[in-house]
Design a binder for this molecule. Sequence first.
Ligand code: LLP
Length: 419
Amino acid sequence: MAFVYKHGEFCCGDLPLTTIAEACGTPTFVYDFDAIRRQVQALQQSLSELSPLIAFAVKSNANLTLLRFLANLGCGFDIVSGGEFYRVLQAGGEANRVVFPGVGKRRDEIRDAVDQGVLMLAVESGEELAAVAEVAKQLKKKAAISLRINPEIDAKTHPYLATSLRESKFGVAHTEGLQLFKQAADSPHLEVVGMSVHIGTQVFTEQPFVELCNFCKDYHERLKANGVVLRYLDIGGGLGIAHKAEDETVTPQRYGEIISQYLGELDLQLIIEPGRSVVGNAGVLLSSVLYRKQNFDKRFVVLDASMGELIRPSLYGAYHEILPLKEKRAALSPADWVGPICESADFLAKARPSPEVAQGEQVALLSAGAYGFVMASNYCGRPRPAEVAVMDGKWYLIRKRESYEDLIRGEEIVDLPIN
Ligand code: LLP
């Protein structure tokens, strides 16, 4: 765990988080960059036999300092939009280490990606294939592509987080893939270099990864038998992380063993797209208690953080541990932890056994490094929070808290006649 109590203070490494909460205010995201490096190195080590390209899933955390740090650690990037591509390039990432899946790429996004020479666009439909070929033709370039195949594997995760069920919108049905691969190979404007898959996210068990490896091996054989020769196999991300002490997950070490065991013999360069497993447990969201109240028989703690900063409890029923920054050994009683937003869906924890907390007391919401800030919104006129990096006991502000001016940037007041 990147965050632990030391001498009664909840710390990142040796740094008490109250230091950051006092200096930057709350709500604020804090990331432990030593832990992030350890996670990347654990993946690099566990897969060292295959030396994969680790294409970090930018959607999980797109902070520029983080992207720069990961690029320096040797990572590439998995992007799903022109906006993420822009961020990667701004951070100093190289286009030829970028993979670009996504079911709805716009032509301008395809054009930029082909023009800058991304490693491959993962094409997700027949119509998109035609669009990429057309754009490449206009640019007088050959577009490097993979096809994203839906292998029809149940990742046994939350329904919103599964991506390769029969009813999922992602990728091309495995039953159609071969025909589309052949079609792509025939295009003078396309260079078919890879196959991409991604079964879902927050995957807790080994079985779906084993099924995925078996699927990839068989499919690759079939492609080869049909004259389709590939260079890359991109198996996506998905490795789950523990949100509670008792959660059992597939460790990076075990993941590496499985992948190496099943895909070790393959004559393809492996690509993985981890997001959550790299940054999820390396981040917390600091918040302060605004008010406590009892409504009928229910105890509420009102925080200055909300679904606006961490939407995961509302959207997926996700469990995020909430710990006071000053350790306490008090009796626990159930409380709903809620934010200031005018929605009953605005909660961070429900009926959670909790200690008494004081007004103004600071707390940390754990496992908030992935799909935290990136999913934050300005709903209800809330500036998005600050982001802080910690390394070697020092902290750095890597994103200022938004201001009220930021909230209205780009708007024009047009004085429309009232009659
Ligand atoms: N590759 C592709 C094609 C993906 O769609 C995703 C995640 C990843 C890689 C990274 O997966 P990871 O290693 O992070 O599990 N907002 C949700 C998560 C949505 C993930 C979407 N795709 C959440 O808060 O749980």
